[in-house]
Ligand binder design. Sequence first.
Ligand code: ZN
Length: 276
Amino acid sequence: MLIGYNQATTLKSSNVETDLKYAEKYGYDFIEFQMGQLNDYFGRKSISDLKEFFSQSNIKPYSLNALEYFNLKKGEEFEKIKNEFLKMCKISKEIACDSIIIVPSPKKDSISEDEIKKDSIDSINILADIGEQYGIKLAIELIGLEEFSINNFSQCYEIVQEINRNNVGMVMDCFHFYTGGSKIEDLRKADSEKIFVFHIDDSKDLPLNELRDSDRLWPGDGVIPLDKILGALKFIGFDGVVTVELFNPEYWKWEPEKAIKVAKEKTEDVINRFYK
Ligand code: ZN
């Protein structure tokens, strides 16, 4: 299985140049950019510099993280989202990165499941039209917290299925899958082609509703049933890229090189049980 590095893992301790250097050194196949880091990079260097790097490197860009918060927006607010997405599409196309991760909004008071579904489908279809012009795929990343509008696997998958477009799929993030109370049976029924991005991570042993991104642990060090998740992915024939994505402030205290190296080793230890 090919392995990607998500910049969130060293978000506060590193930058694009350093992440690329060590991700390449330790043999990752892909990098997923965090937009804050990428925008910082463009303050120092140009997109041509980035293209130049990729032209000489084994590592390739995999996705931009992320367009936040794309749904439940009206008028001006949604225009802003469209413009931001368009900018991301242009960057992606330029560096030959074909996926953009899109993140749902927190829920508004008293909105029903049906209203969320309808609004999300309408919003994604508009964005997917833009993405199509640039050859970009949209990967919806559910946020496994009660207060978010798309917060579990089956709800997200249903939206993807109803949209039924080649360039719309989802992110399977183990932490969000777990905190949102998603079911392994639902993953086992999914079409693997609709899983565009697979984020691996683990979690501290706390009540689900108390868990936040900062509670993510190295794969294999926590309580997420990663074996069951990987078994289900293997069962449905998923054969994509796995990307390690943590947001743990403790790991941000590490030297980036050490964090990037350990992230790869921990990821391999877990996935090698199912994928070679
Ligand atoms: Zn993720």
